[in-house]
Design a protein around this ligand. Structure first.
Ligand SMILES: [Fe+2]
Length: 223
């Protein structure tokens, strides 16, 4: 038997207390400045989506996001992406805080190719992420009633939220989170990636825009 139409999801855990502490400080500082609510999020959940969605350009946080980018390249490599002719850039990144009881509704991430989440602080029970099968036709079939549940028949797959975990997925993959039932905030950073053509001169203007500091650094190397 052949299995076609697989759905790739990448996960890795890298606990770096210094990065997590720096991110936590910055994210709570952003929340103090207020926010614009997002329609997919429950009422008391905080997002910087409309006020700061280029978090990766914040001084002091770049090492953490460069590590995220390395994971994106690993994921893209497993997907046989053409990283010889296309660089991967973080095109947006924002922070969310989910206090007890808060969650996000099912959604996908438009205008990018890959997406991901990084758990800055995540206690047990703080709200796992669920990915939905993209095989919509499953929903009109009663086959799952007659089969043992497994990768071929799952309609959704949960991934545990835990501090330091990064989960990357195709931007079109619909996902949601369970409500936070723990006593601590779940703090996450979400990000989107875009494939940027590599020009004969090196990085394209779009990639330079995503990583303004990298431009000056590589420019000095070229000299
Ligand atoms: Fe999301």
């Amino acid at each position: 038997m052949d299995l076609w139409f697989p759905t790739p999801i990448y996960s890795a855990t890298l606990a770096n207390r210094r990065w997590n502490a720096g991110l936590t400080r910055e994210i709570y500082r952003l929340r103090e400045q207020g926010h614009v609510p997002h329609g997919s999020m429950s009422e008391r959940a905080y997002t910087s989506y409309y006020t700061q969605n280029m978090l990766h350009t914040t001084r002091g946080l770049r090492p953490c996001f460069r590590a995220v980018l390395r994971h994106a390249y690993a994921f893209a490599g497993a997907l046989h992406a053409d990283t010889k002719h296309f660089a991967i850039a973080i095109s947006s990144s924002w922070a969310n805080i989910y206090p007890r009881g808060e969650y996000v509704l099912p959604h996908a991430h438009p205008n990018c190719q890959l997406s991901g989440v990084f758990y800055v602080a995540a206690e047990a029970g703080c709200g796992d992420i669920l990915f939905y099968s993209p095989l919509e036709c499953h929903k009109s079939s009663d086959m799952p009633q007659y089969t043992k549940q497994g990768p071929v028949s799952y309609e959704c797959v949960p991934y545990a939220a835990r501090t330091g975990r990064r989960i990357l997925f195709p931007n079109w993959l619909k996902h949601t989170t369970l409500p936070n039932t723990s006593s601590k905030d779940r703090i996450i950073v979400s990000f989107n990636f875009q494939f940027i053509p590599i020009t004969p001169r090196g990085r394209s203007p779009e990639e330079d825009q995503a990583w303004p500091r990298k431009r000056s650094r590589s420019a000095s190397r070229r000299r």
